[in-house]
Design a protein around this ligand. Structure first.
Ligand code: PMT
Length: 402
């Protein structure tokens, strides 16, 4: 139920806007109320009259309307809601949100709001897959913006793929679970590792890997959004720090281990970092020289500490629920099962990192969750959706064990 919950619905200009009166009706049926902001482009697909009739309220569409501003200014609009929902969230409006543009009532309200925001993206598949959109999505996710959909299917433009707006019933379910979930991890401490580590060869060179940090950062953001007091220990990435987390930036595996041990005790730990297994045995104090005619100096390696295994063997400081990842290129599930036992963790999220999968650095992931009961195969999901699904599973497990 959404009893007494106030939703500010921002309807942008996509064909899926025609579904929003149904969403308003479903919110009302669940006990909530909706106030609507309609963009000019949105009004090409659904009329203010329809949305006004189903919401029983004025539909706001003009930043410079004197009557609307004196009645209900954009600041007040943005502050009165319990949740701001953008549906459909077009590529254009997402880009404005990511860059902080305020060119109309919708974007100005989104910039002015201090309330949680949920977006239901809807656009053509190529627009969805475009690097600019994916980067905007990462930025929004890192700021704690919630997402529902998009779905895969036939599009109004005749193409097929990811980019259809989630159905109104599904958006309603996401709104309901947002209100149920937003404090379900309150009082829990979570530790997440993310990104690669850099193992110095000399002051300018290092050994690293292709991890972008997208998966680990999304998990930290999802746990923090559910109310967990979250520490994110990350190697070097190009990502912004997620909203609401305590961020610890590190370089090497040994730095990462120190930061993780300092973050204990924790109820939940998720090790998503691609920690380098080895480091140069001796770090040169000055830049190694390439001398004409001389063969390159051999690089001898030392083994790095295993952070996940160390947490698994931390005695009474062991996190109550310890989750690792397994990055595999063959026998993915079998190797992950062995890793779960050898590293002493409760769950392992196995992902195939073979060339061409895009798991390292990409925006999507296919997870096989291995626990003591067996294997759960998840469909291909965005890394943000993987994070939300994992966070929900964590909550369900903790609640069931109480
Ligand atoms: O960062 P992205 O570009 O989004 O990519 C995500 C990812 C592919 C990096 C992520 O989904 C993933 O698989 N992370 C784990 C990568 C890895 O190092 O896997 P592994 O199979 O080598 O290690 C198994 C587990 O032990 C992992 O939880 C790892 O964090 C941990 N480990 C490994 C070595 C080490 N010295 N210390 C560790 O804690």
């Amino acid at each position: 139920m959404l009893t007494d919950k106030r939703i500010l619905l921002i309807v942008a200009g996509g064909i899926a806007a025609y579904k929003t009166p149904e969403l308003v009706r479903l919110i009302a049926k669940a006990g909530g109320s909706t106030r609507v902001i309609l963009t000019d482009a949105g009004a090409q697909f659904v009329t203010p009259m329809t949305l006004g009739s189903v919401s029983g309220d004025t539909v706001y569409d003009d930043l410079f309307s004197l009557t609307e501003e004196s009645d209900m200014g954009h600041i007040q609009l943005s502050r009165e809601a319990d949740l701001v929902v953008v549906a459909p969230a077009t590529a254009d409006l997402m880009a404005k949100m990511a860059t902080g543009l305020a060119t109309d009532l919708a974007s100005t309200t989104l910039l002015a709001t201090d309330k949680p925001v949920m977006i239901a993206p809807a656009m053509n598949v190529r627009m969805w897959e475009h690097a600019a959109t994916q980067q905007n999505l990462q930025t929004l996710s890192a700021r704690g913006v919630h997402m529902v959909g998009p779905e895969e299917g036939d599009m109004a433009c005749g193409e097929y793929g990811m980019g259809r707006m989630a159905e109104p019933a599904y958006i309603l379910a996401a709104i309901q679970s947002f209100f149920q979930a937003s404090n379900r991890l309150m009082g829990q401490r979570a530790l997440v590792t993310s990104g690669p580590t850099h193992e110095a060869i000399d002051p300018v060179r290092y050994i690293a890997n292709r991890s972008s940090g997208k998966q680990g950062h999304a998990i930290a953001a999802a746990l923090a959004a559910m109310g967990a007091e979250t520490t994110l220990v990350s190697g070097p990435t190009n990502l912004p720090d997620p909203a609401g987390v305590h961020m610890v930036h590190v370089q090497s595996a040994r730095n990462m281990l120190d930061a993780c041990e300092s973050a204990l005790p924790a109820h939940i730990a998720v090790c998503a970092a691609a920690v380098a297994d080895w480091r140069p045995a001796d770090e040169a104090a000055s830049k190694m020289k390439k001398l004409p005619g001389e063969a390159p100096a051999p690089l001898s390696l030392s083994e790095n500490p295993d952070i996940l295994r160390t947490l698994g063997a931390a005695g009474n400081k062991r996190p109550g629920l310890l989750i690792g990842f397994a990055a595999e290129t063959d026998s993915v599930v079998e190797n992950a099962q062995k890793k779960r036992l050898s590293k002493g963790c409760d769950w392992i999220l196995a992902n195939d990192v073979s060339a061409g999968t895009g798991t390292f650095g990409g925006d999507e992931n296919v997870i096989h969750l291995v626990d003591e009961h067996g294997v759960e195969d998840w469909p291909r999901l965005s890394k943000i959706a993987v994070a939300q699904k994992l966070a929900n599973r964590i909550v369900d497990t903790l609640e069931a064990s109480r």
